[in-house]
Design a binder for this molecule. Structure first.
Ligand code: CP3
Length: 334
């Protein structure tokens, strides 16, 4: 995967899945059921390392993504979250105005996120160089969206309202998140992450001008600060920002499944590796249809730096056998 990103010779296209740890594997459920819930699992480094490695052994992916969540950053800044079964993340408190910023601090990863760093160290030792470790964080806009909204949302209307009502507050909060994220990613790299990915899951809900002002600006700050390892930027739904992402100081751009591969390549240019982008729903298909979807994707990416993946995280109710088929089909593509 690292050679593919650098544009060096590779025997075949590397492949991994966003959200591969947890969600689909019964082996994950077994570990998860041995503790009180997601947060305890994420905060127990030995177990977090175990479920990080599961997809490498059970699915045959070419990278391990550390088992944690993007929402550990708000918590480390002073805004704790809960994971509500079947409903997702929930914040008892939210940040809505400049006066709320007094409740927050720039995160000190060694102080507050030692459990993630320790999980990376244990994973690194156990993997012994078999596959690279992906560190990650949410992009500042996506983290902002959760901190202001207080939960997931279809529209994130409170978060988007803040950008219009109080741009000054919005920039202050985004700046604090950015500083925290840079420190956090650097700490993950020191602990052993071989590359890092920024997830801008809610990129697609902003208009292009706001996206440039409230998201890309901060992604750029992070990309410029992380010089140690390759950086992947996955901005879901940001088809309008592909040209700008192509100019970013990063190595790989993630594409979602709505983005045409050839059009993206033209907009982004030849230098960046592209990651993606099969429709996650294609894995509900038959064996035959999955093989044909993989074939279609691989042919379109041919001739450029490519890391195979889905266009977003694997859906929780996908049959692990279908995931294995996807991975095997990528690996055997000629
Ligand atoms: O394989 C991996 O990618 C593991 C690490 C990981 C998790 N979350 C574990 C998790 C990563 C990289 C994430 C990223 C994440 N978390 C994103 C960005 C990627 C995306 O999907 O767009 C976002 C938006 C979140 C926030 C979040 N965390 C939500 C909305 C939910 C609830 C629904 C769900 O399952 O996705 C979570 C919980 C969560 N994060 C789980 C896992 C394994 C499920 C917890 C459980 O075991 O019940």
């Amino acid at each position: 995967m690292l050679r593919a990103i650098r544009g060096e010779k590779v025997e075949r296209t590397p492949v991994w899945l966003m959200r591969q740890a947890g969600r689909i594997l019964p082996e994950y459920r077994a570990v998860r059921n041995s503790v009180s819930g997601f947060i305890e699992l994420a905060k127990t480094p030995e177990l977090a390392a175990e479920v990080t490695i599961q997809p490498v052994d059970l699915l045959g992916v070419d990278a391990a993504i550390i088992f944690s969540d993007i929402l550990v950053i708000p918590e480390a800044m002073g805004l704790p979250y809960e994971m509500v079964e079947k409903r997702g993340p929930w914040f008892p408190n939210t940040i809505r105005s400049s006066s709320d910023l007094k409740k927050l601090r720039v995160a000190d990863p060694n102080e507050e996120l030692g459990y993630v760093l320790e999980a990376i160290q244990i994973t690194k030792k156990a993997l012994n160089g078999r596959v690279p470790i992906i560190g990650f964080a949410g992009a500042p806009w996506t983290i902002f969206a959760y901190m202001v909204e207080g939960s997931g949302s279809k529209t994130f209307s409170k978060s988007r309202a803040a950008l219009y009502l109080d741009p000054d507050f919005s920039h202050k909060l985004l700046e604090m998140i950015t500083k925290s994220t840079i420190k956090y990613l650097k700490a993950q790299i020191t602990a052993g992450a071989n590359l890092v990915q920024l997830f801008d899951s809610w990129a697609g809900i902003l208009p292009p001008t706001q996206y440039a002002e409230f998201s890309l600006k901060y992604i750029e700050e992070i990309c410029n600060a992380i010089t140690e390892v390759p950086v992947t930027v996955f901005a879901k739904g940001a088809y309008f920002a592909r040209e700008a992402l192509g100019k970013m100081n990063c190595d790989t751009i993630g594409l979602d499944w709505n983005m045409s591969i050839s059009e993206s390549r033209n907009l982004i240019g030849p230098d960046k590796a592209l990651q993606g982008n099969m429709d996650p729903a294609a894995l509900y298909g038959t064996e035959k249809s999955i093989l044909s979807s993989v074939d279609e994707m691989m042919k379109e990416f041919k001739g450029c730096k490519h890391v195979a993946n889905l266009g977003h995280g694997v859906y929780p109710d996908i049959d692990p056998e279908k995931v294995k088929l996807f991975i095997e089909a990528v690996k055997s593509f000629k």
